[in-house]
Design a protein around this ligand. Sequence first.
Ligand code: ATP
Ligand code: MG
Length: 309
Amino acid sequence: MLIHARGLRKTFGDFEAVRGIDVDVPRGQAFGFLGPNGAGKSSTMRMVAAVSPPTGGTLRILGMDPAEQSSAIKARIGVCPQEDTLDLELSVRDNLYVYGRYFGLPRKEVRARVDELLAFVQLGEKADAMVDDLSGGMKRRLTIARSLINRPEILLLDEPTTGLDPQARHVVWDRLFRLKAQGVTLVLTTHYMDEAEQLCDRLVVMDKGHIVAEGSPLELIRAHATREVAELRFGAGGAQAEHEAVAEQVAGLADRVEVLPDRLLLYSDDGERTLAQVHAAGLRPTTTLVRRATLEDVFLRLTGRTLVD
Ligand SMILES: Nc1ncnc2c1ncn2[C@@H]1O[C@H](COP(=O)(O)OP(=O)(O)OP(=O)(O)O)[C@@H](O)[C@H]1O
Ligand SMILES: [Mg+2]
């Protein structure tokens, strides 16, 4: 296992951010931590990056103990932090160059590596631009390029696409797919269920410092949701009281019914059929939608809350 954790904990004063988690990541896997704000994702990532000492439990990265061999670990991992930490006063190229030199790589080798990485993240034409002039998506790609300077075996990405527009997210995902194909082990955090579904071979769902479920995206959906979901909205804006009254009427039509402030979710393996039964029962929702179940539904099932609020 490239990453092995047992009962891993992190406390800040008397606040427990990570409350005893078990994690195993084998080589070549794309592994995700999916969870809402404050779940403990970044706290976990910083321990794995060997920059924040665990409060308790066991942690091994590449077989090494971060408390004793943090430099050896850092030499073999790449870290893409949640907030961009690029040097705004340097050019795109120099951000990578300075970082490569910091890793102790020879000048000539760094120069070649910088060009290669700029091409990889499609920033070759921006090499001489100042970082301040880059878009959010470009900054993210530059941070990813920087994290790759030492040819890491494990790449840690803390919310790689948060704040990016859909197109910029797809460009980042595409680069991450390529890295995965090259054999890099990816460990990422996200609160986007579509990102977790797209990128992760396996993931854990985190909430309030605990792991509440673990598996492949498909396994999690199979275990904790039905195949399809019919979403119903009643009335303008949708009143929760009205939704709760309707929920009782439709309880027998679905495997499970969830009442959200703005809509009702009816879980079944055939959403269209459920919807037809809703209409047959004389109910007239204002809007309806039948969709495939997602990790969002898994999260709702496990925690009673939505991922992005
Ligand atoms: N240095 C710190 N000192 C005190 N509390 C902290 C510290 N770092 C994190 N926390 C707290 O620990 C909890 C978990 O934070 P963490 O940053 O790990 O969550 P996260 O899952 O990464 O959330 P987000 O999605 O917002 O990035 C939060 O309640 C946070 O306020
Ligand atoms: Mg975070």
